[in-house]
Ligand binder design. Structure first.
Ligand code: M6R
Length: 607
């Protein structure tokens, strides 16, 4: 969480504006405070405050900050409430250094006490502020700012992506340990940011920085070394061209990124279906070779793991565990060996919980595989083998298209596994495969035909305080994803259960008019699900169904229709679409910004 950016430009008058616009594109990483520092004429110039970028810019006018070198920060508070003093950039005692930080300094209490004893004066409650004060200690005795940074970094325990400027230096120093950083090489400027969309309108030529790297951006020069004490890097740092475009990171006429990303799903799935079969085959073989396969992820990506679990068991007769990454070592710690294989799923590839689970498994000898949407992300560096989903950048905090491409990729894997394991013959698998190829069109039709109706339904139900989402079998994860979407962007309390579990407790909540959403495709769970619908109706519940089935439709107050004849294992890819739209319109009806839900950030880089 938190987004950082550093820009070294040839255009003196425009650098602060460029930084502000880069920060705007990083705002999905955190949006409770914002700040920019520039270096000009032997002085640092800083503006910062609590609040969203546009609001603070109206108040402070960032663009007037002078100079062609600067750094910026958009914050998701961890240590210290959102306030002006806690906003980044932070400085040393004499305002010689300005620094922005994404990560957590775990030993900040000890460092702060030690620095205060040495005479340093602190302004904020943050963990981050110890960093410029530590660097300050070395500033006079070292020849350069980067040498001072090198001397200070070994004292930090925790994670960081840092950008540092010094009042007399024509350079920006960056360092990364477990928090992302990527360089952008533009025509008239060099950039280094937490994520590619920050500078995407200016360049798609990037260099991925290795974990443990220290980078110095100077006019017409990029110097890269290792942070002292870090082992040598494995990967070479070469510029690469990425195929994301500036338009992909813009709203394209839509009111919100989330809506744009929901509408992009047919294309995203279509692209993902073009992942080369050799790559799918290679990953499927690795998974098949394992005698202890574990799928792990957080949040929405964990729901994809759950889908994968049902799919691999049903289609490929495979025994597979799924575990929430933050519970990984506690739940499965004792079982990980060198015959285990992990399939970690993360759209960002930067989620700390997932990376930590992967790190734990790796240390215990497991093979690591991954599915991610972000090129060069940390998970790709930790994995022995990985696949990219091809959704393009997802900016809305709520995952939509990245979830749909994750489960599409799992469907491709499941079909390949079923073939490798000889569970079904080629012709049966071909039929599923053909259906999968048709899914982009069906998503398009669902959106086209039902969006207005879903919006009207959301308008009617948006003031309900509680929702229950129920599904069975492979659509239990769909119910969970529907509930997560609703609660995270509209702040309506929503719970999901396997429908069979509802009578073991949740049904006690149900009273007349209580909304219950059923995910009810015509599969082998339908008869039992019909029973659950009846139970809810008998207690006066309002039934909202996502279904292709007329019996369920006749029992429902609101119906989100799904095309008939889809193989049950593929229905989650379609069923989730109306749920995403419903959450989106419920949030809008309640006057919340679905792109920036309170207290959340796009990639969660704290444990
Ligand atoms: O980048 P990841 O897929 O690893 O992110 C995992 C979760 O943080 C993420 O899915 C989160 O739950 C989203 N807010 C869901 O919309």
């Amino acid at each position: 969480m938190c987004g950082i950016i550093g820009v070294l430009s040839t255009d003196e008058g425009d650098t602060a504006r460029i930084i502000r616009e880069c920060l705007k594109r990083l705002e999905y990483r955190g949006y409770d405070s914002v700040g920019i520092a520039t270096q000009y004429n032997g002085k640092l110039h800083i503006k910062k405050d609590k609040g969203k970028i546009d609001d603070i810019n109206r108040k402070l006018n960032f663009d007037t900050l002078p100079g062609n070198i600067g750094i910026g920060h958009t914050r998701w508070a961890t240590h210290g409430e959102p306030s002006r003093v806690n906003s980044h950039p932070h400085t040393d005692c004499k305002n010689r250094i300005a620094m922005v930080h994404n990560g957590i300094v775990e030993n900040f209490i000890e460092l702060r006490e030690q620095l205060i004893e040495e005479g340093h004066k602190f302004q904020s409650e943050t963990d981050s502020e110890v960093i410029p004060h530590l660097i300050e200690n070395f500033l006079d005795e070292k020849d350069s700012i980067e040498e001072a940074v090198q001397s200070a970094l070994p004292q930090l325990v925790g994670t960081y992506a840092l950008a540092i400027i010094e009042k007399d230096s024509q350079k920006i120093v960056f360092a990364r340990k477990e928090s992302p950083l990527v360089i952008g090489i533009g025509e008239s400027a060099l950039y280094c940011a937490s994520d590619i969309p920050a500078f995407l309108p200016m360049t798609n030529r990037v260099i991925f920085i290795n974990d443990g790297d220290l980078v110095v951006l100077q006019p017409a020069d990029i110097k890269m070394t290792r942070i002292r004490g870090q082992p040598s890097p494995i990967q070479i740092r070469e510029p690469v061209l990425i195929d994301w475009t500036a338009e992909m990171a813009q709203k394209g006429g839509m009111p919100h990124f989330m809506l744009k990303e929901i509408h992009e799903q047919p294309k995203a799935v279509q692209n993902t279906l073009k992942i080369r079969q050799e790559e799918i085959q290679h990953l499927a073989t690795l998974l098949n070779d394992s005698n202890n396969l574990i799928l792990t992820a957080a949040g929405t990506s964990y729901h994809a793991c759950l889908y994968g679990g049902y799919l691999f068991a049903n289609l490929a007769r495979m025994n597979v565990n799924q575990v929430i990454s933050s519970e990984f070592s506690e739940k499965l710690g004792g079982t990980i060996t060198d015959t285990s294989t992990i399939l970690a799923i993360s759209q960002s590839g930067e989620t700390s919980d997932t990376l930590s689970a992967v790190g734990y498994a790796k240390n215990h000898g497991a093979k690591i595989t991954a599915i991610t949407n972000v090129m060069g992300s940390s998970i790709t560096r930790a994995a022995d083998y990985f696949l990219y989903t091809l959704a393009g950048p997802e900016i809305g905090v709520a995952a939509t298209k990245t979830f749909v491409v994750q489960i599409t990729t799992l469907a491709l894997l499941g079909l390949t596994l079923a073939e490798i394991r000889g569970v079904y013959d080629k012709s049966e698998i071909r039929q599923w495969y053909n259906q999968l190829m048709n899914i982009p069109l069906q998503i398009e039709q669902i959106i086209e035909k039902q969006e207005d109706y879903i919006k009207t339904t959301a308008d009617i139900l948006a003031q309900k305080p509680n929702f229950l989402f129920l599904g069975r079998g492979i659509n239990t994860p769909t119910a969970m994803e529907g509930a997560l979407k609703l609660k995270e962007i509209s702040y309506i309390h929503a719970e999901a259960y396997p429908a069979g579990e509802s009578k073991h407790g949740p049904i006690a909540l149900v009273e007349p008019e209580f909304p219950v959403v059923f995910i009810a495709p015509s599969d082998n769970t339908l008869d039992r699900l019909l029973g659950n619908v009846m139970e809810m109706k008998a207690r006066g519940a309002r039934i909202i169904s996502v279904t292709d089935n007329t019996k369920i439709q006749n029992l429902s107050d609101y119906v989100f229709s799904i095309p008939q004849g889809i193989a049950p294992i593929l229905t989650p890819i379609l069923n989730v679409i109306p749920l995403q739209l419903f959450s989106y319109y419920a949030a809008v009806k309640r006057n919340y910004n679905p792109d920036k839900p309170r207290n959340l950030a796009k990639s969660v880089t704290v444990l």
